[in-house]
Design a protein. Structure first.
Length: 436
């Protein structure tokens, strides 16, 4: 079976050996922090560090050119106060760990909740699946794999239980999909965290249509039958395709072009525009920007050009309210070619409603206008692609923020054991964990 094993770097091993020699090597099960009777061990800290290191691997490599196993990356200073990447991310994990500790305290001591048996069953089934897949069914082999991240089977299971308690507690407090959160709170969160825009998009590519044996584009009727090919249709001087008897076989209202998908990836194939075609697009972009400058702040003019010029498929997809971006989400995780969404979002945050900007991306030219956030857009079914998607869930985001605020009064009561913290691992020293 495939073995998914991540090894500690030589540097990390050297650091661990040095710490052991300096401190007598504090046990990995030593308590790092406590609140009431609830505790978090240093091994949990190490696992979360290694997990974040794995999560950062792709973005660090694509955005900086460094590897997360490169010591020089972690030593880089990222602010005027001398904070390094190592310190910044290590502190971020520590702060997250404090929230987990408050979770345990609230769950066990303040609310006296009990995790349903179904949660334990699901965790145990997941653990067994990992043993079978990653360690050929051997628990001792699995423990050797986990040792790279400072944990063993029992410790990892406890961490998964802790994470399950967090989700169960948030559902207890805020309901499934934030059903117990008042609309006023959702509206406030939405207004504070999202921006709205519409765009005129001019593509720098074109779709590859299906053609017949003579190279002519084949047009289809709405029912999927062929409306035109070289046998049963010819275009007239106005570009309307007619049957031999003169009846209309295809026009923009009753015909469809079938675009090729040779590799069967679910998306039509494209090709770059010719130099002449690209110059025409760039010229049209300049004309549109000039026309919009003559009507500053006018949504009617802008939306007219959306429907006459935009190549954006979303124009016809029912997004009447516009498109929405969240201010604290990195859209780069969708792929490096989606970085322009971060640029668009950052620009929109500083723009006034009605302002227009031009952005370029790997796909073409985006003439973007900022719109007022329409009331309750997050709850409309045809807007869910912007609020409930693979990147984030609106309901999860608001519950996370509410729970973060709830945790703050408890933070000053947390005891951190300095002798354990002094020899605890950091981002620079832990293994790269992609799986646990």
């Amino acid at each position: 079976m495939k073995k998914r094993i991540a090894l500690l770097t030589a540097f990390a091993l050297a650091v661990l050996l040095l710490l052991c020699s300096l401190s007598g090597c504090v046990s990995s099960t030593s308590t790092l922090m406590s609140l009431g009777k609830s505790t978090i061990s240093v091994n949990t800290y190490e696992l979360l560090l290694s997990r974040l290191k794995g999560n950062l691997a792709y973005s660090v490599r694509t955005q900086t050119g460094y590897s997360v196993t490169d010591e020089s990356f972690w030593n880089m200073t990222i602010s005027m106060d001398g904070t390094t990447y190592n310190q910044y991310f290590s502190q971020a994990v520590l702060n997250n760990l404090k929230q987990y500790l408050v979770t345990l305290y609230l769950f066990d001591e303040e609310y006296g909740l009990t995790l349903p048996d179904s949660y334990y069953k699901s965790i145990d089934e997941d653990m067994q699946e990992r043993i079978d897949y990653d360690a050929n069914g051997s628990k001792s082999t699995f423990n050797r794999i986990l040792a790279d991240y400072g944990v063993n089977y029992d410790m990892l299971r406890d961490i998964y239980i802790m994470e399950a308690k967090l989700e169960y507690l948030k559902q207890h407090l805020y309901g499934a999909r934030a059903s117990l959160v008042a609309t006023s709170a959702k509206d406030e969160f939405y207004q504070s965290n999202f921006v709205c825009f519409k765009q005129i998009f001019l593509a720098n590519y074109k779709y590859i249509p299906e053609r017949d044996g003579d190279g002519n584009v084949i047009y289809y009727n709405q029912d999927g039958t062929i409306a035109y090919d070289t046998v049963n249709g010819v275009p007239d001087s106005e570009g309307v395709y007619r049957n031999p008897d003169g009846t209309v076989a295809y026009d923009e209202e009753n015909g469809l072009i079938n675009y090729l998908d040779r590799d069967n990836d679910g998306e039509s194939d494209t090709e770059s525009l010719s130099a002449e075609e690209l110059r025409a697009v760039e010229s049209r972009v300049s004309e549109l920007m000039a026309a919009l400058d003559e009507h500053p702040g006018d949504p009617i003019t802008f939306e007219h050009y959306i429907y006459t010029d935009s190549d954006d498929a979303g124009t016809d997809s029912g997004y009447e309210d516009g498109y929405f971006l969240c201010k604290d989400i990195s859209y780069s995780s969708l792929g490096q070619d989606m970085d322009y969404l971060n640029t668009a979002r950052d620009s929109l945050l500083t723009m006034e409603v009605g302002d227009v900007i031009l952005l370029t991306s790997d796909y073409g030219y985006h003439i973007i206008r900022k719109y007022e956030l329409p009331d309750g857009a997050y709850s409309k079914e045809n807007n869910q692609i912007w609020f409930e998607n693979d990147l984030f869930s609106f309901s999860d985001l608001i519950c996370d923020e509410l729970f973060y605020d709830k945790c703050q009064p408890y933070m000053d009561r947390i005891v951190i054991y300095d002798n354990v913290m002094a020899v605890a691992p950091d981002m620079k020293s832990v293994g790269v964990n992609f799986y646990y």
